[in-house]
Design a protein around this ligand. Sequence first.
Ligand code: NAD
Ligand code: FES
Length: 281
Amino acid sequence: MYKIVKSECLADKIYLMDVEAPRIARACQPGEFVIVKMDEAGERIPLTICDYDREKGLITIVFQIVGASTERMAGLKAGDSFADFVGPLGQPSEFVKDDLEEVKKRRYLFVAGGVGSAPVYPQVKWLKERGIDVDVVEGAKTKDMLILEEEMRSVAGNLYITTDDGSYVRKGMVTDVVKDLVENQGKKYDVCVAIGPMIMMKFVCRLTKELGIPTIVSMNPIMVDGTGMCGACRVSVGGEVKFACVDGPEFDGHLVDFDQAMKRQQMYKTEEGRAILRLRE
Ligand code: NAD
Ligand code: FES
């Protein structure tokens, strides 16, 4: 059993939990994910790791209520346990695998949208710990929906916040800020990492393609069981078929077929779609 030591509601329907999982905490890297199961019969829920404490043996996860399983999960309190907590799974972020001296030469721009701020945080923290300051654009629908602001501020070189309704800092989408930074403020970037809702990643990629900034995205939202078995996370990357849970979750965003991926995501959001997947297992 994997004990929950902290459970906190960050915003409407968004929860953070610290879970005792020492083996995963010792081994995990930014970009990787875990699969959580509440009980033996429960649904497998793949979640990107938001933070880890190697000494205390803790993993931090952040999730949004999107259906019956995550609703039940939100009801768990400190002291409760998960039956299963498997990981680390997937591939670490590219910069973790690259030569650190090369990484230090690059100017990074991170774009975090909504709940996507959770997987962005450990990446920015990893770079900060190695003396690399990066720019972060964080977007949320409203001030109340903005999560991990202080955590992000503590690790980002510069943090640019925007809200869709203008209730905090500035009004607009993350793409408006990226455009402003590059076109009006003369900022130059070698790599952009965009993590958030699919539609956000699609439009960030459209913009960064125009601006000539190579862009990495996380296809975590299309995962269903996260085991490489169900086939739900198939994604076309530069015309090649990839599985987000095995080959990713991060891919070259300029090569991802977002329209196809969003169609698949819609299909598996329904009970019927998920039942089809269960039959295939
Ligand atoms: P949201 O709808 O509040 O959007 C967050 C921000 O994305 C907005 O504030 C806006 O700045 C930007 N955005 C949205 N639509 C845009 C568009 N058309 N053009 C440009 N920018 C746009 O986000 P949310 O409700 O927190 O999102 C939940 C989604 O995030 C879920 O679908 C979940 O699957 C996904 N998610 C993705 C990852 C990942 O790894 N990619 C991780 C966690 C959650
Ligand atoms: Fe099922 Fe990847 S999520 S195969």
